[in-house]
Write a new protein. Structure first.
Lengths: 276, 454
């Protein structure tokens, strides 16, 4: 056994707004890894379809939307086939909505563990953000399949994909950090969340095209970071020009959301166990 | 640095919680509606108040002048030091602050004020099997649980075979844990916990769960840990375990360190102070007396052969345990008994009423006085507690059981005719019977002669 006599821990009342202790997060990386891995393993345990569910769920939604909004309501998509138009949006949306829902409930769900053992609390809301990425990876296959079918070749726009990927991950992370710590104090979050997510889908150009938003509301509309992610994904994957005006405001919101979320979480971390 | 060998230093730690206060009750519909409308604001302030304490100090609060009446101090100004390799027990009644102290030391919750310094890796064994996931296999849970308890992945990989061997369920290691029996789960969880190698181990009442074999395993493991020079903090209600495993014990009372020192002394102090029990206990108000509609306990007494009720008993003389109870419903056959418990919390023995005149017969309604006689030269010196109880045999229901209802001291006046003979030192043992001794003596060069026969 390696005895690390010099690891000195001081326990005292910590106050106020302190930054994330990355040192500690690195120390607990194995636990972090196992919790993410547990989420992935346990999600489709005892199912016949296994990870196919990661494809089936968004696929059915895409088909539904294509029929209702594409065929019945005939929503304008700036010339892109509706099914492709919607799948490029629904897949990141499915990831964001699912991971923010799970993340916001993570502390309440894990309260049994919280009260028994110490580890950086940040692991709890962040683990589902990562584990849901596995689903996202599988469902990307839908987009690839459709692109193949419609003979759409990747363009240089694809180089911007990592940027929008990071933006996509940071939104549920920011929301999750805020809401998971709020949910510990106010269980209202649990009741508001499904409703909030259902509403949220209509605030972004998922079923409709962003170009149908009147010019004067564009800035306010684009403050919603989901708008930027969806528009960015469309441009990256389908090779359409980047509508940066829809993207920049959302990026700022996403960054503010994530940083403020991390600070708020750290602040609430001190009192978590006492108010659970 | 002179404090090199101090593993744990707790300095003036206090912790307060806010408890719920009574809600307003409205006598009119209008007031209730108004209250409902403004309830979100009220609720917000209430939930917010749970962690906003302002600048209160441990020496304030609770006082009659203070308006912070809904604040309780789970810990008040607790300070102590634990040296490397020391095994320390922490005892106290429920609510004395034991668990809060462990929670602070294991960093689950933060103190309101004060600070603690810990040297070395700390692990807590608060509840075996914490973090087991039902859907995962035993193998996967070993990794998950191990990492939750603070092991590194490399460490778990290295110890994996040992853990599985120790658990004795190698055959089921790839079965989901939800198919395990609770015993198997416990064994696997304990196997993981037993392979932790922290420098400081915190244990809270793990011995309260599990079967006897498991508890034994736990105790053996703890002893092992202690002997390997690791520091152990052991919170328990199990007084015999505390005295056996921990040379030193800290007694908490009302959130403060009440006493700290040699375990035997502290445990016996605790048993005395927490249970200021007398030789007689009476319930005058029959409605509040222990029991139910069938039978209620009226009084318990400890008395001498001469009939006087006293809490000081001569070790050589019989001790009468008298239980007075009122039977309200006729026709029940009853099992009347009591436990004798010593100052370490060990049950010395239980004793059932074996009076042949009443045995196997349903009891009429009325008042009964039962006396059980503990023979002289049976108990050792010290304090003993009596826990009286009654069962009805069919249906098999416990009607009452009063923990440590009465207490008495057994003393040896050292006149040479007790089991001490003429030894005046410290005698251990739970019982002290006066045995019949025989000696065979053969002087040099003679045949065997038997002395003391018959």
């Amino acid at each position: 056994m390696k005895i690390n006599k010099d690891s000195l821990t001081v326990i005292k009342k910590r106050s106020g707004w302190q930054i994330i202790d990355f040192q500690e997060l690195i120390e607990y990386r194995d636990l972090f890894f196992f919790l993410v891995w547990r989420d992935i393993k346990a999600l489709y345990a005892q199912t016949i379809m296994g990870f196919s569910w990661a494809i089936i769920q968004p696929l059915i939604q895409i088909l539904m939307f294509s029929i209702i909004f594409g065929k019945v309501a005939k929503i304008s998509t700036d010339g892109i086939p509706y099914i492709l138009f919607s799948s490029v949006a629904i897949i990141p949306w499915t990831y964001m909505s699912q991971s923010m829902t799970v993340s916001s409930q993570s502390l309440v769900q894990g309260s049994a563990l919280l009260g028994k053992i110490y580890f950086p609390r940040l692991i709890f809301p962040i683990a589902p953000i990562l584990s849901k990425l596995v689903d996202f990876g599988f469902s990307i296959a839908i987009i690839l399949g459709l692109m193949l079918y419609y003979r759409i070749l990747p363009t240089w726009n694809l180089l911007c994909f990592p940027l929008f990927f990071i933006m996509m991950v940071s939104i549920p992370a920011g929301v999750g950090l805020w809401l998971s710590s709020l949910a510990i104090r106010f269980r209202d979050v649990k009741h508001a969340m499904p409703f909030f997510v259902r509403m949220l889908i209509y605030t972004a150009p998922i079923v409709y095209s962003a170009s149908s938003i009147p010019e004067k509301y564009r800035i306010i509309y684009s403050l919603n970071p989901i708008v930027g992610v969806i528009e960015g994904y469309r441009a990256c994957l389908l090779g359409t020009p980047f509508p940066w005006l829809y993207i920049w405001p959302g990026m700022i919101t996403a960054a503010v959301l994530l940083i403020s979320g991390a600070y708020y979480f750290k602040r609430m971390e001190q009192i978590l166990v006492d108010v659970i | 640095m002179n404090n090199r060998n101090i593993a744990l230093k707790v300095e003036h730690i206090s912790k307060c919680y806010r408890i719920g206060t009574k809600e307003d009750v409205h006598d009119s519909f209008g007031a209730s509606v108004f209250d409902f409308i403004k309830s979100p604001i009220k609720n917000y302030n209430k939930y917010r108040s749970y962690y906003k304490f302002g600048d209160i100090k441990p020496d304030q609060g609770n006082g009659p002048k203070n308006d912070q009446s809904d604040i309780i101090w789970a810990l008040k100004d607790v300070s102590f030091e634990v040296k490397e390799g020391e095994v320390v027990g922490i005892i106290g009644i429920n609510g004395a602050g034991k668990s809060t102290l462990l929670k602070i030391l294991s960093r689950i919750t933060n103190p309101t004020s004060g600070c603690a310094t810990i040297r070395g890796r700390i692990s807590s064994l608060l509840e075996v099997g914490t973090g087991f996931h039902q859907e995962l296999t035993g193998r996967e849970n070993v990794y998950l649980n191990g990492s939750i308890l603070g092991m590194r992945k490399k460490e778990i990989v290295r110890k994996f075979d040992d853990i599985v061997d120790f658990s004795g369920i190698a055959k089921f290691i790839d079965t989901p844990v939800k198919r395990y029996s609770s015993g198997m789960k416990m064994r696997l969880a304990f196997a993981v916990a037993a392979h932790l190698e922290p420098e400081i181990l915190l244990i809270d009442e793990v011995l309260a769960v599990g079967d006897a074999r498991f508890q034994k395993q736990c105790l053996a493991k703890m002893k092992d840990i202690g002997q390997h020079g690791r520091t152990v903090i052991f919170v328990s209600h199990n007084m015999p375990a505390v005295t056996r495993l921990c040379p030193r014990t800290i007694l908490l009372n009302g959130g403060r360190v009440h006493a700290d020192g040699d375990s035997h002394k502290i445990v016996s102090l605790y048993m005395h102070s927490e249970k200021s029990t007398k030789a007689e206990r009476k319930w005058d108000d029959m409605i509040k007396a222990p029991g139910d509609e069938v039978v209620r306990l009226c009084a318990v007494r400890v008395k001498t052969e001469e009939g006087s009720v006293t809490d000081v008993m001569d070790i050589r003389k019989p001790i009468g345990i008298e239980m007075e109870y009122e039977v309200f419903q006729s026709g029940y056959e009853m099992r009347v008994y009591f436990y004798v418990i010593n100052e370490n919390g060990v049950t010395v023995f239980p004793s059932f009423d074996s009076d042949p005149a009443w045995r196997g017969k349903p009891r009429q309604a009325g008042r009964y006085v039962n006396v059980g006689w503990i023979p002289g030269n049976m108990l050792s010196e010290g304090t003993f507690f009596i826990t009286p109880a009654i069962y009805t045999i069919s249906p098999n229901i416990r009607r009452y059981k009063v923990e440590d209802a009465v207490a008495f001291q057994v003393i040896d006046s050292m006149e040479g005719d007790s089991a001490r003979v003429d030894f005046t030192g410290n005698m251990s043992g739970v019982v002290r019977p006066l045995l019949k001794w025989e000696t065979q003596f053969r002087p040099k060069g003679s045949k065997v002669t038997t002395e003391a026969k018959g």
